[in-house]
Write a protein that binds this ligand. Structure first.
Ligand code: CTP
Ligand code: MG
Length: 231
């Protein structure tokens, strides 16, 4: 296992974007002249880090085939699943016969279009020798409270709490096995949690705060602002 292992990107993009309350899934909303998912995929492809990008798309999705990037030879389309973890597992299966067991896979939300090449390269460099892998994460600047009802019952040690971002970087074989073993478990809300449940201890690598996930309507403007700042 060396850093000469190939890297592959997996992009879950089969969500409906309920919290966005738009007329289409949020990955197809316009952002600075393109759709959100086009920005995300261009940034992944533009990083030069990946052999290919495997994208999970809902089977009923009419928007994806209309995008030129869906025809890019470095882009593989896989059927999406019920939950995010199902979509990721499906996109991993689509890499079968291409990715080796020990190759690295970086899973990145389609809804995070502000990802930078710098963060991708730093994650890969930081974890290249790691036995398990890890994720980009953000520390909390605010004091954190544990609450029951509307009452504060404790103040949580901020040093111990990090917010999980993507990309999340793991070995192809290990990640696939972990997601298969935890299929249907609602506690698996990201890739790291699947490995944690099997007793592994993924690392965190501090990410940029502008790597936001577009979730609610106001996030689109924020993403546009960050992208303009980055340029
Ligand atoms: N995702 C997916 N398959 C699912 C659910 C989510 O591929 N069954 C993807 C989304 O498309 C998104 C990423 O996982 O890129 C993160 O999920 P989230 O932000 O929750 O997106 P949605 O599920 O689409 O949004 P919402 O939860 O508001 O409905
Ligand atoms: Mg969701």
């Amino acid at each position: 296992m060396t850093n000469s292992n190939s890297c592959w990107a997996v992009v879950p993009a089969a969500g409906v974007g309920k919290r966005m309350q738009a007329d289409r899934p949020k990955q197809y909303l316009p952002l600075l002249g393109q759709t959100v998912i086009e920005h995300t995929l261009q940034r992944l492809l533009g990083s030069g880090a990946f052999q290919a990008v495997s994208v999970a798309i809902s089977v009923e999705d009419p928007y994806w085939p209309e995008l030129p990037i869906s025809q890019n030879p470095a882009v593989i389309t896989a059927p999406g699943g019920k939950e995010r973890a199902d979509s990721v597992l499906s996109a991993l299966k689509a890499l079968e016969g291409k990715a080796h067991e020990d190759d690295w896979v970086l899973v990145h939300d389609a809804a995070r279009p502000c990802i930078t090449s710098g963060d991708i390269q730093r994650l890969i460099a930081s974890l290249a020798q790691h036995p398990v892998g890890g994720i980009l994460a953000l520390s909390s600047h605010d004091t954190l409270k544990q609450v029951e009802g509307d009452q504060i019952v404790a103040t949580i040690n901020r040093q111990q709490i990090w917010r999980a971002l993507t990309p999340q970087m793991f070995r192809y074989g290990m990640l696939r096995q972990a997601l298969q073993n935890t299929e249907g478990n609602p506690a698996v809300t990201d890739e790291a949690s699947a490995l944690e449940l099997l007793g592994f201890r993924p690392s965190i690598v501090e990410g940029r705060p502008d790597n936001i996930k577009i979730t609610r309507p106001e996030d689109l403007e924020l993403a546009a602002f960050y992208m303009e700042q980055q340029a």
